[in-house]
Design a protein. Structure first.
Length: 296
């Protein structure tokens, strides 16, 4: 009997060690393949590594207690979590040489369930007004998240993301994530007013601009505002680019209102100071960090 108990104990311990080793190995593989996807010069290398990365992540999610594993800074993925740490959203970009980028994403819940996000951004029109589910997601690489609540106390999350659309055009987006019956919904009518129409109600903010321009869209905690560059149309500077949009040096924004929505603010710099305020940059030479917060 003692021998049987000893063997059972050893077997259980071995299984635990194997599971832990498997998580560690998968984490290492995720780090390796995500690095190639983000940084490899050859598109063929990025494509191959991306397939391996998807397999790595799906195997990782299948492991017990995988939610408790912190991906850390050595993984080239964007990972955002709410204050409650009861779920996390994982996104990344697959760059294409000629066709812009594809985006991949998952939402992992603390109960072990996982939701796959399927990028259909190239198929969408009137993006600002759409309500989308996980199977029809506007794909982006999320670099910041703002946690808010409406007047009923229901939480929503503003996801600030980047989309390298094509060789001439980049996009930035402020999407809104809510959950209904445990399933993610993207888009919520909380943005009131635009430069063109003060009565417009948008489900997300959508900024398109020339790929050779530096355009900001971020949350400024000191001001309590979502701040972005004001854009004007002009002829692009890249061969074959055509008309596009560039920042003119002024800033606009959205400020939170008592009813749980966000109100458009024009000419933000006139209301704050003589100098246009800049939110803390996601990318910048001073801090030498990329979209993932990694030091260059």
């Amino acid at each position: 009997m003692r021998l049987l108990i000893l063997l059972l104990t050893i077997s259980i311990s071995s299984l635990s060690v194997c599971a832990q080793t498997s998580l560690e190995e998968l984490h290492s593989s995720i780090s390796y393949h995500s690095d190639i996807v983000a940084n490899a010069a050859l598109e063929s290398s990025r494509l191959k590594a991306n397939k391996m990365l998807v397999n790595d992540l799906e195997s990782f999610f299948d492991q017990e207690n995988s939610f408790d594993v912190d991906f850390g800074e050595d993984v080239w993925l964007s990972v955002k979590s709410p204050d409650a740490k009861d779920w996390r959203i994982i996104t990344w970009e697959l760059k294409k040489d000629e066709a812009g980028s594809e985006f991949y994403g998952y939402i992992q819940m603390n109960d072990g369930s996982v939701v796959l996000l399927k990028d259909h951004s190239d198929d969408m029109d009137d993006v600002e007004y759409l309500s989308l589910d996980a199977s029809y997601w506007y794909g982006a690489l999320y670099y910041n998240m703002i946690e808010q609540a409406d007047t009923d106390g229901d939480k929503y999350f503003i996801l600030l993301g980047y989309d390298h659309h094509d060789k001439f055009t980049n996009r930035k987006i402020a999407d809104v994530l809510t959950f209904k019956d445990g399933q993610p919904i993207f888009g919520k009518e909380i943005f009131n007013g635009t430069e063109e129409d003060s009565t417009s109600v948008l489900s997300r903010l959508f900024i398109e601009y020339g790929s050779d321009a530096n355009v900001s869209l971020n949350y400024n905690p000191a001001l309590g505002l979502i701040v972005f560059d004001h854009l004007i149309g002009r002829m692009g500077q890249l061969p074959g680019q055509g008309p596009t949009y560039y920042p003119d040096g002024s800033y606009c924004g959205y400020k939170p209102a008592e009813d749980g929505t966000w109100k458009y603010v024009d000419k933000l710099y006139d209301q704050i100071s003589a100098t246009a305020p800049r939110p803390k940059p996601v990318l910048g030479k001073k801090n030498k960090k990329d979209l993932f917060g990694k030091k260059n």
